[in-house]
Design a protein around this ligand. Sequence first.
Ligand SMILES: Nc1ncnc2c1ncn2[C@@H]1O[C@H](COP(=O)(O)OP(=O)(O)OP(=O)(O)O)[C@@H](O)[C@H]1O
Ligand SMILES: O=c1ccn([C@@H]2O[C@H](COP(=O)(O)O)[C@@H](O)[C@H]2O)c(=O)[nH]1
Length: 192
Amino acid sequence: MDGTAKLIFVLGGPGAGKGTQCLRIIADYPNFVHLSAGDLLRKERMSGSANGELIQKCIDEGSIVPAEITVALIRQAMREAGWTTKRFLVDGFPRNDDNYLTWFRLSPDVDVEYCLFLDCDPDKMVERIGMRGGTRSDDNPDVVKKRLVTYNEQTRPIIERFEVQGKLLRVDVNGTQDEAYQNTIRGLGLIS
Ligand SMILES: Nc1ncnc2c1ncn2[C@@H]1O[C@H](COP(=O)(O)OP(=O)(O)OP(=O)(O)O)[C@@H](O)[C@H]1O
Ligand SMILES: O=c1ccn([C@@H]2O[C@H](COP(=O)(O)O)[C@@H](O)[C@H]2O)c(=O)[nH]1
């Protein structure tokens, strides 16, 4: 691929508000493109791809899809969106060691600026998933519990890895959507 693309990973627990904040950012700042790793996987599952069954199984279990699949989908979506002409917000990735190591092995042509960590109390995350309206099969209480375990055991160490590297932007999103948005764009340096 020509040139180095710029990317910010957006992490946080299930229901913290990653998608909500990313959608607000791209509405106000058109040089950003939002890519949700979960959305890319759900779309791939629906496309009749050979990986569809494996993706469905992982989503139903709240476990993590093998990294080669997700990395290929993210990179393909970046190419389709214009690679070097945009700043990418990649939401919900990398979620475990396999994601992290595979991403950096396969993406020397991407400059990871930061990891934006949307920090939210677990009780609020569960409450927010409940308010989403039951549109997702993995929003049922049993899978939500598993997603929280996966987040605590596998994704939190990745967030700490970015912190150790001085690449973590931690933002408090416990408040209203507006308060969380102000904290987010201030954290990103988009307002002072
Ligand atoms: N600050 C907030 N206050 C109250 N509700 C919120 C806030 N942010 C998001 N929500 C609501 O919480 C629900 C979950 O938000 P969202 O889908 O953005 O979370 P997410 O982190 O992307 O979730 P997931 O990891 O499960 O995909 C949505 O119904 C959204 O409208
Ligand atoms: O990088 C990723 C992102 C997502 N998954 C799987 O999808 C579901 C839903 O993800 P959301 O970010 O909440 O939309 C998640 O529980 C995983 O099973 C993944 O494997 N890898």
